[in-house]
Each structure stands twice: as C-alpha cells, then as structure tokens.
Design a binder for this molecule. Structure first.
Ligand code: HSE
Length: 407
C-alpha cells in the first residue's frame, strides 16, 4: 500500500521550482509539499507566502514531514540539513552532487545508523536514470567501465562553439541564462561538477568510496582556438568525457576533454544532453542519453526518488555489500595532446613515451603518454591545454594495455 508522503523542500531555485511543477502535473504520486525553506525574504515568488519558511527547523522539527528534499546550492549547509533530517527520522532526497561526493561514505554510514534512506538520482546526469540502474539492473560485479558526458553546461558550450562558432564566453553566458550552469560556473568548466558525479557513480558501479580530491579533473576552460582548429581539420569533435574502469584489482577514473571521432557513441550527444555508457563483461555496451541539466529534467529525477520512497526504496550499495575489494588508483599513464605557449615548463622528459611534437603560430604541441599525476600537476598551471586522443590509450604500471573504451 502506497503511503502519502509529506515533503519539506529546501530551496526554490531552478530544481526546486522544477520539482514543484512536475509534482503538480503528476496525478498518480502520493506526495505533497508542505513547506519550502528559502533564504531570501525579499524575493518575489510565484507561490503563496504561507508555503515558505526561512527557518530550517520549521521543516526539520515538523513531525508531520516524512521526507526532506534538499535542493540548495551551498554544499556545507546541505550536509548539515541532511544529517539533521536523518537524525530526526526523515528520509532524504537530494540532488547536491558536491555534498554527496564529499561525504558519500559518511552519508552511507548515517543511513545505516538512523535506518533512513538518502536517494539522489537527480545528482548524476539529470533525467538519466543511472543510479537505480546501477544498483538494481547491474547488481553484480561484471561492469568493466562507465563513461560518458556528465555535465550539461560544458556539452552545451562545446556544441555552440563547434556548431555555431559561438565564442566560449558567449556560450557559457547562455548556459548560465538557461539555468544549466552552477552558480559558480568554474565548477562546470574546470570539470569539478562532472568529477563529483563520477565519484557518486563509482560508488554504485564498483563499490568504492573515493574522495573527489583523488580523482584528476581537467576542464574545457583551457582549450585554445588552435585546438578547435586542429579538431575541425581532422573531422573531430571535443567532449568533456568522464570515465572510470577497473583493471587488475584497481579502479581508475578521470575527467578530461577528449577528441571524439564522428563514429563515437558520444559524437551525437549535443547541447545539455548527457550520456552514460555502461560496459559489462558479457552485456557489452549500453548507452543511456537524456537531459543532464535544467529545471524539469532534474525535477523529474527528484520526483522519481520521492515516488520510490512511497514504496520504501533505499540503495543497498550492492557492489560494496558483495564485498568489492577494488581500490582507486592513479598509477597509470594516458595518451594526450598537450598544447602550450612557447617557453613553457613542459618538455619531452615529462612524457613516459613521447610520440611527436611541432611548433606553429606561437604554440607548441606535444603528443604522447603522460602519467596521471603529471596531468594533475599540469592542470594547476596556466596556459596548458590537455586533450585526450580519440583512442583513449591507457598504460597501467608500465604494462601496455590498450583499451578502446569510446568508439
Ligand atoms: N551544472 C550542471 C550541469 C547542472 O551543467 O550539468 C546539472 O547537474
């Protein structure tokens, strides 16, 4: 028997309003919003004032509220809300990927301690139902890799830059206006947002809790006009690709821009759409595509979590429960094309295997295998653009192992 749930919602921004509207349109769901908790008292809102409070305890201490839906921007404040909600015996739905990625193991433990679920389908790839699929459909240890496009804003920007020849700043501004970008858009363009989502996906794919700072993220912010020209001349696109895979007892993962061939499954994923490719030992590849950002797509994912709570669904972290012994590692090298202004600090000795290079129009290019830790070092330096080659050549601890994950 489905139960009618009362919701207390934190935040009435892009996703909060999306949730409100999709819930209004859904006849079948047994849930209603009792209160929104918001920060700004002076903002004009489309709903009656009586639906809003400015005091978080009005929701957290309301014994009638079964579910706290956390949709605010501030990851630290969000974590405090989630902890208190669980402690007060409430289930939680959140879409806060930064908060989840930073505290996932703790949130896993808090769920056991208070015996209340935290669901977060909306935190990874918007409307693509990936977390519950990883938990339920892929409830075994046969997944070999998960990869794809996990950030809508950067995919939108790259689409506009490639297809409409818009400049980067203009395209970013449009992504902000459409509500795709984070309040701090550097989280999108520097690959942090995609990394947070990858960290969450790794827990449900491989049963490993990894800290975000362990995962290397390269963004699209350093891509140069010369890189775009190179891509166009060679019939390639560029996408911000997220990837994690297992190999020899380890899980490797990173976020980086990559040259993409027109035959790649990711090539036709445009604008704010996201994609997830799951590869299994026997099932081979499955591709999921859907809107990764925006009010209604994310609101729909949040609604689906609320609906799941009406039948008391909770994540079981199945791969972990099955005794996954995998550990996260960055001890590997990867093939990249690096471009930088002349006289920069990069030289041939930085490469594990140097494959070639040239100079032209004030830029230097070098191509070869580089250790992941070296890429991390370069990612903090200005004026260095790093793009993975289309083949995704990966070498683990000196043993050559060629993997073609994107094709
Ligand atoms: N800024 C995020 C993106 C929003 O562009 O994908 C959805 O998580």
């Amino acid at each position: 028997m489905k139960k009618k749930l009362k919701l207390g919602v934190f935040g009435f921004g892009c996703v909060g309003q999306g949730l409100y509207h999709v819930l209004e349109e859904t006849q079948g769901i047994k849930a209603e919003i009792k209160k929104f908790c918001v920060k700004n008292k002076n903002k004009k809102r489309i709903l009656d004032d009586s639906l809003f409070t400015y005091d978080k305890n009005e929701i957290l201490n309301d014994s009638e509220i079964d579910v706290v839906v956390e949709l605010i921007d501030d990851a630290d404040a969000a974590f405090e809300i989630v902890k208190q909600a669980l402690k007060n015996g409430k289930a939680v739905v959140t879409a806060n990927k930064k908060m989840l990625a930073e505290h996932l193991e703790e949130i896993f433990e808090l769920q056991q301690k208070y015996n209340k679920p935290v669901l977060y389908e909306g935190s990874v790839c918007g409307a693509i139902p990936i977390i519950r699929n990883l938990e339920e459909y892929y409830d075994n240890d046969l997944i070999s890799s998960i990869e794809g496009i996990f950030n809508g804003s950067t995919n939108f920007i790259l689409t506009k830059v490639f297809e409409e020849r818009k400049n980067y700043t203009e395209a970013l501004q449009q992504a902000q206006e459409l509500g795709f970008a984070e309040s701090d858009p550097s989280l999108d363009v520097k690959g942090f947002d995609a990394k947070y989502k990858l960290v969450i996906a790794i827990a449900h794919t491989f049963g490993v809790f990894v800290k975000p700072e362990e995962v290397i993220n390269l963004g699209i912010d350093k891509i140069t006009d010369a890189d775009l020209k190179y891509a166009r001349e060679n019939g390639l696109g560029i996408k911000l690709v997220v990837r994690a895979f297992k190999s020899n007892g380890n899980v490797y993962g990173l976020v980086a821009p990559q040259f993409i061939e027109s035959t790649s499954l990711l090539a036709s994923v445009r604008n704010e759409y996201n994609a997830v490719i799951v590869q299994g030992a026997f099932s081979e590849k499955q591709l999921f595509v859907g809107k990764g950002a925006g009010s209604y797509p994310t609101g729909s994912a949040v609604l689906s979590d609320v609906s799941a709570l009406t039948y008391e669904y909770q994540y079981e972290y199945k791969k972990r429960a099955q005794g996954s012994k995998l550990t996260f590692s960055n001890d590997a090298s990867i093939e990249v094309l690096v471009s930088f202004a002349q006289k920069s600090q990069i030289n041939i000795a930085d490469f594990e295997e140097f494959k070639g290079g040239y100079q032209g129009k004030g830029n230097q290019y070098m191509h070869g295998l580089v250790k992941l830790e070296k890429l991390r070092e370069w990612s903090f330096m200005d004026g260095i653009s790093i793009i993975l080659t289309p083949e995704f050549n990966f070498v683990r601890s000196k043993q050559v192992e060629q993997r073609v994950l994107v094709n």
